[in-house]
Write a protein that binds this ligand. Structure first.
Ligand code: 26Q
Length: 880
């Protein structure tokens, strides 16, 4: 197609969508376009775009049903899809389309897009990864479905008041939903509680059911996940989320009548709120209920779908179905599938186990001991007696096979699913009954094999794999950073990189091109200005009044300062404290040498702390105190600013990531399974200051391999082996480090003396942080995560950062070298690896016959088809 005819088509499409938007504004809100609010325009525009999405969705589902392909069912208790409207329009067509439509409608794109509350149904990495994978699966047309829960309230909204994290309700469903719709075809009934009944099936084997159980209706809501595709039809996958709210059958009227209000509503409230912790949730019945709800409703739904497509013989299930559990949270799907297989079927226990083993795959996302799920078997027994019984038998069968294989009772004791103190180890259940188990970066997969699953790996060596994480370049480069995207497209002469990121290596010829480097810096500069503007607007919205622009700009200096960002959940092992201590050292250094020329630096933090994580909240308060101190100091504030961006979420990530110069990936080596923020930041040109942990290691390998060893300049700190040795020997002494480094001693002393504090509570916070590093608290060792161990090395490396940043052109060259080496970290690569090595599924293109039929049927009933008009000239002026 020529550029001219492409433009014409875009204009025609824009006009059509604008017309439909007008139609929906009147038809749904009884408003004309002029009087419609931004929210109404957002809703109407979404409805218009949705029509197109629906056609592609229908075509996808019909094509795949016709082709009878194997499908992936991806179970995750957390999803973080981010805003839908812009993403869907981009993946279907282009951002120009939205710009064009809104130019016709005379509305500001950003104003309309930001009406959408993002679906924040997860805590962090694990949930966002699931969403990146659905995006990649759709883009490459893999038959897949996501299952999850539709929490009424997602992760809390974070506000910082005088350094305190306040949590408020995330009421994302308060306005009508444009993208997630109820689909009762997929709603299921799930049984909780009751008494176990044992019967025999046709084969004379025990099968189980319950009596007097609570029947809970899991209402299905579906979100279309639109794949990126420019040439023909996009594949559209379903993200299917279950909810127990609003279903009248979930109300216990008898309890209500007896005045027991809590119990009356219990079952309707199961999906009320996401647990806001990615650490531990001990013994919470409601959380167990949530996990069971997802597992049971999901498995029932996929079995229903299987029967529809392939008939009633469940023996062939694994030919057509692969079930992936995203960490252990949905692991009750294993006993649930066994139950479904054996119920009324001529399937024996042994066969049921074989089928289950062939169907399941499991990804582990953490090595933190306290984050491994263990449920008291009594709790499972009380609420899910059938599943408790099945787990017991699964454990017997598994332990028998270990006994037979090893003749070692010690091995049986170590590998058992149910421990001697009657806890169900979910990781063992998942590892014992999944065909493949994988970690999320090479180092993490190695640690799993050496440590957590050492016995399993010895007995089942082929079960353990690595699939390094990846992130979607659509959302996190093409949409978040349009300037960089257009620039790369221009340099490469094509935008094919959007679905094939390995093409970025083709940027190598430009690394000595001074004009290219200058342009790259200019783009970064402009992205920093945009971030400042965004934060300005957020503050105005929060405070409900205009703020002079200079005030915000001044807080950030301007786009010429170095933006050094650490954006992630607050966790001791992620070591925001390390960065804080560096800032304290910098503060003293500047104070002592006020006339030294140095770069200006903006240290930006964003991230939430689990509401009950005391030390993490102390670190947030410390950042607040430091920011205040630095800002009020006439000398230090000439060189340093500290910013905390509240309520970090996907939308904020999309604004911060393109503006970053330096990406802090400074976890204690051996603790961050992979990390994915590191990839997003590097793709957008930030240089990583990082430990040899998680995916950093592979990023380093890629940069060195593709661009050259000098282009990964800021690695620092102890290796995982060194940390491990320190932990084992027990002779790590943080006090010794403090004594050796006067500037570190000064920084630690500043915590003790309280010179950053303005009141008693603040001082106590500093003391607790100090003691956490030098004394240890609550039976845990001093400086458990080796902050002080790595501080000297971090400090020195930050000096190198400052040195390199003084030479802007050289910095740009390093930045480009990092960008062009990130091809591996696209979720497209990860998903293809999973498809080949783990899931054994293949892409399935959409069927042209199906498309033709749907097109015809849709066009014949399409009421808003408008021909091109005189508006074309007007449009051409507004659309690039
Ligand atoms: C623990 C105990 C009981 C109940 C729940 C949990 C729980 C909940 C959430 C444990 C862990 C999580 C979330 C983990 C997570 O997000 N892990 C991150 O996953 C990313 C994607 O693989 C990695 O990049 C990160 O390194 C990893 O921290």
């Amino acid at each position: 197609m020529t550029d001219k005819s492409k433009d014409d088509e875009l204009l025609r499409e824009a006009q059509h969508i604008a017309q439909m938007t007008r139609h929906y504004v009147i038809a749904n809100f009884a408003h004309t376009l002029e009087e419609a609010t931004d929210l109404e325009v957002y809703q109407a525009l979404s409805a218009a775009v949705r029509e197109k999405v629906m056609m592609h969705w229908t075509a996808t589902q019909q094509s795949w049903a016709k082709a009878r392909t194997k499908r992936l069912y991806y179970f995750s208790i957390e999803w973080l899809p981010g805003r839908f409207l812009a993403n869907n329009v981009f993946n279907l067509a282009s951002m120009d389309l939205i710009t064009a439509v809104l130019a016709i409608l005379k509305r500001q794109p950003q104003q309309i897009i930001s009406q959408e509350e993002e679906a924040a149904l997860g805590n962090g990495g694990l949930g966002r990864l699931a969403s990146c994978y659905l995006d990649a699966l759709a883009t490459h047309k893999y038959p897949a479905i996501g299952y999850g829960l539709r929490y009424q309230f997602g992760i809390f909204k974070q506000q910082i008041r005088y350094g305190n994290q306040l949590e408020t309700c995330d009421d994302w469903l308060i306005t009508e939903q444009a993208w997630g719709r109820q689909n009762d075809l997929h709603s299921q009934y799930v049984k909780f509680n009751g008494e176990l009944i044992t019967n025999l099936n046709d084969l004379g084997e025990e099968i189980y059911s319950v009596r007097n159980s609570d029947l809970v209706r899991a209402t299905a809501f579906e979100f279309p996940i639109v794949g990126y595709c420019k040439e023909d039809y996009s594949a559209v996958l379903s993200l299917r989320l279950f909810s127990t709210a609003n279903s009248p059958t979930n109300f216990r009227l008898q309890d209500f009548n007896a005045g027991k209000l809590d119990s009356a509503s219990e079952l309707r409230l199961l999906t009320d709120v996401l647990y806001p912790s990615d650490l531990t949730i001990t013994g919470r019945k409601l959380r167990l209920y949530q996990e069971f709800l997802l597992a049971s409703a999901g498995v029932k739904d996929l079995v229903r779908e299987y029967r529809l497509l392939h008939g009633d013989d469940l023996k062939l299930l694994s030919d057509w179905v692969v079930i992936h559990i995203n960490d252990t949270h949905p692991a009750l799907a294993i006993p649930e599938l066994i139950r479904c297989l054996m119920k009324n079927e001529k399937i024996s226990w042994d066969q049921a186990i074989d089928i289950t083993l062939m169907c399941f795959r499991y990804t582990n996302h953490t090595v933190l001991r306290e984050s491994l799920e263990e449920w008291p078997s009594e709790m499972i027994q009380n609420h899910f007696p059938v599943h408790a019984r099945i787990i017991e038998r699964l454990n017997q069968t598994f332990c028998d096979s270990i006994r037979k294989k090893t003749q070692s009772e010690e091995m049986v004791r170590r590998m058992t699913i149910i421990t001697s103190d009657k806890k169900v180890k979910m990781a063992h259940l998942a590892a014992a009954y999944s065909q493949y188990v994988n970690g999320v970066a090479q180092i993490h997969s190695d640690i799993l094999k050496r440590d957590l699953f050492a016995d399993f790996a010895a007995l089942y060596p082929n079960r353990f794999l690595n699939v390094t994480n990846g992130v979607t370049p659509r959302r996190f480069v093409a949409i978040a950073n349009p300037q960089l995207s257009q620039f790369i497209t221009k340099l490469l002469g094509s935008d094919d990189w959007i679905h094939n990121l390995s093409l970025w290596e083709g940027l190598k010829p430009f690394i000595h091109d001074r004009a290219v480097l200058a342009q790259l810096m200019e783009i970064k500069h402009s992205n920093k200005q945009d971030l400042i503007q965004f934060i300005h607007e957020e503050r105005e919205r929060k405070e409900g009044m205009p703020i002079p622009r200079e005030r915000i700009s001044d807080e950030f200096f301007d786009g010429n300062a170095l933006f050094d960002v650490q954006i992630k959940r607050f966790h001791e092992y992620k070591r925001q404290m390390l960065k804080c201590l560096h800032l304290v050292m910098l503060y003293f250094e500047i104070k002592e040498n006020p006339s030294t020329e140095r770069i200006r630096r903006v240290a930006l933090f964003a991230g939430k702390a689990a509401p009950s994580y005391y030390i993490a909240k102390c670190v947030i308060r410390l950042i607040f105190m430091l920011a205040r101190k630095v800002k009020n100091d006439p000398i230090v504030s000439r060189f340093l600013r500290i910013i905390f961006v509240e309520n970090y979420n996907v939308t904020h990530a999309m604004r911060i990531v393109p503006a970053a110069d330096v990406s802090d990936q400074i976890s204690t080596a051996g603790y961050e399974a992979s990390g994915t923020g590191c990839m997003k930041l590097a793709m957008n040109g930030a240089l990583t200051i990082g430990t040899r942990d998680g995916a950093n290691i592979e990023m380093e390998e890629e940069v060195k391999r593709i661009a050259g060893p000098e282009f990964w300049p800021f690695g620092f700190g102890a290796s995982a082996d060194q940390i491990h040795a320190l932990e084992k020997s027990g002779d790590y002494d943080p006090i010794h480090i403090v004594e050796q480094h006067p500037l570190i001693a000064k920084a630690m002393h500043a915590l003790l003396s309280g010179e950053f504090a303005e009141n008693e509570i603040e001082h106590q916070t500093l003391l607790d942080l100090h003691d956490n590093l030098l004394k240890g608290a609550y039976s845990s060792k001093a400086d458990r995560y080796f902050v002080l161990q790595d501080l000297p090395s971090y400090y020195e490396t930050q000096k190198q950062v400052e040195k390199l940043y003084q030479d802007k052109e050289k910095w740009a060259q390093y930045s480009l070298c990092n960008i062009l080496s990130m091809g591996k970290f696209s979720s497209d690569r990860s998903v293809k690896e999973y498809a080949d090595k783990v899931w054994q599924i293949r892409p399935c293109p959409l069927d042209p016959m199906v498309i033709t039929k749907i097109d015809e049927e849709f066009q014949s009933s399409n009421v808003c088809n408008v021909p091109l008009s005189a508006q074309e000239t007007f449009l051409k002026k507004h659309v690039s």
